[in-house]
Design a protein around this ligand. Structure first.
Ligand code: AHG
Ligand code: MN
Ligand code: MN
Length: 337
């Protein structure tokens, strides 16, 4: 890798001035996430060597079995952010409730809350397939200096200040947006530095990949069934290719680079699908829109949904703009909300 490339640290400093009235707080926060990403990357990479593969024996609030690395990644992110007293609150997919961060004198002035999916795609850990971390950042709505409340976390995705993911893949990347496009940074593991490798990432307007767990086909709404048939039909640039890793971060990342659509619809088994609005769909939707793509629940933009609870789930259609619009058209035609 050329050492001429800009480092993430340099990029953050250079772009800090892009924020009006910036106090540097968001930059410090992104820096803390960068550090936590390196720590978790280190743990993920040695997963096969030490006793951190497999299930922890516990379940999270959503009744899903937690993997040891889920728990570890959750701890590492929370510790890094809490120790730096850089946020006033954290919500995590792996925690029952949100966490209030108090400073030593109980009177810090931090204005940001962070929401995380510490380890996404955890069923892939044991088989050495890419996993990720997703994060989402909001400005609190309650007064600075007071303890955060649920209201600070239940904001529509449209209000995100920043969002991103880390993909622990063939190489480790941090991809994020602060509302001025999407940039991707690749970790050089030898020296522990992220370099700007993918500036200004954009979804191709359309693509040839559809990503969905087709094992659930029989349970899908009619609109999704019809759209899948459309993807498979021999006509024009179709049939499309089916690619599904089972790790949203990885599926999204590939589709953003190559062009494609990711779907996790509702089904007769899961009334609202599986993915969580706050920890997964909102941050990915913000990234998608910033990259010229689209994200929807089949009927309306994900970013416009008013969340009602921390662990809320929503159907998710996300990716290349024209493909998502086509899927929405099928939903309108064949399925009721
Ligand atoms: P998590 O590991 O954080 O629970 O998320 C897993 C999610 C998502 O990453 C993935 O696309 C989807 O669940 C896979 O679900 P299925 O196995 O039902 O297809
Ligand atoms: Mn996840
Ligand atoms: Mn997870």
């Amino acid at each position: 890798m050329s050492i001429k490339k800009q480092t993430l640290g340099e990029f953050i400093i250079e772009n800090q001035t892009a924020f009006k009235y910036s106090s540097g707080e968001l930059s410090k926060l992104i820096n803390a996430i960068r550090l936590a990403a390196k720590v978790v990357n280190h743990e993920v990479n040695k997963a096969g060597l030490v006793d951190i593969l497999g299930a922890s024996g516990d379940t999270n609030i959503q009744g899903e079995s937690q993997q040891k690395l889920d728990v570890l990644a959750n701890e590492r992110f929370i510790q890094t952010l809490a120790n730096r007293e850089i946020v006033c609150g954290i919500a995590s997919e792996e925690e029952d409730d949100f966490i209030r961060i108090n400073s030593a004198d109980n009177n810090h002035q931090n204005k940001y809350v962070v929401l995380i999916d510490p380890l996404d795609g955890s069923s892939n850990i044991d088989v050495n397939v890419s996993v990720g971390t997703i994060f989402s950042i909001y400005r609190r709505v309650t007064p600075i200096g007071t303890p955060v409340t649920l209201e600070d976390f239940l904001q529509p995705g449209r209000r995100q200040v920043a969002a991103g993911y880390i993909i622990y893949g063939t190489s480790t990347m941090l991809v994020y947006t602060t509302g001025f496009g999407v940039n991707g940074f690749t970790l050089n593991p030898a020296i522990g530095t992220f370099y700007l490798s993918h500036p200004d990432m954009t979804f191709p307007e359309t693509g040839k990949i559809y990503s969905v767990n087709e094992g659930n086909y029989i349970h899908f709404p009619e609109g999704v069934k019809q759209y899948i048939k459309y993807c498979q039909k021999e006509e024009g640039d179709r049939p499309y290719t089916s690619r599904y890793i089972g790790s949203l971060v990885s599926d999204f990342h590939r589709n953003m680079i190559k062009g494609g659509i990711y779907m996790y619809p509702k089904s007769s088994a899961n009334e609202n699908g599986k993915l969580r609005l706050l920890y997964e769909c909102n941050p990915m939707a913000f990234l998608a829109e910033q990259a010229g793509g689209k994200a929807s629940n089949g009927f309306e933009p994900i970013l416009d949904i008013q969340p009602e609870e921390l662990h809320q789930r929503v159907p998710f259609f996300c990716g290349s703009r024209k493909m998502v619009e086509k899927a929405e058209a099928f939903m309108q035609e064949y399925s009721s909300k």
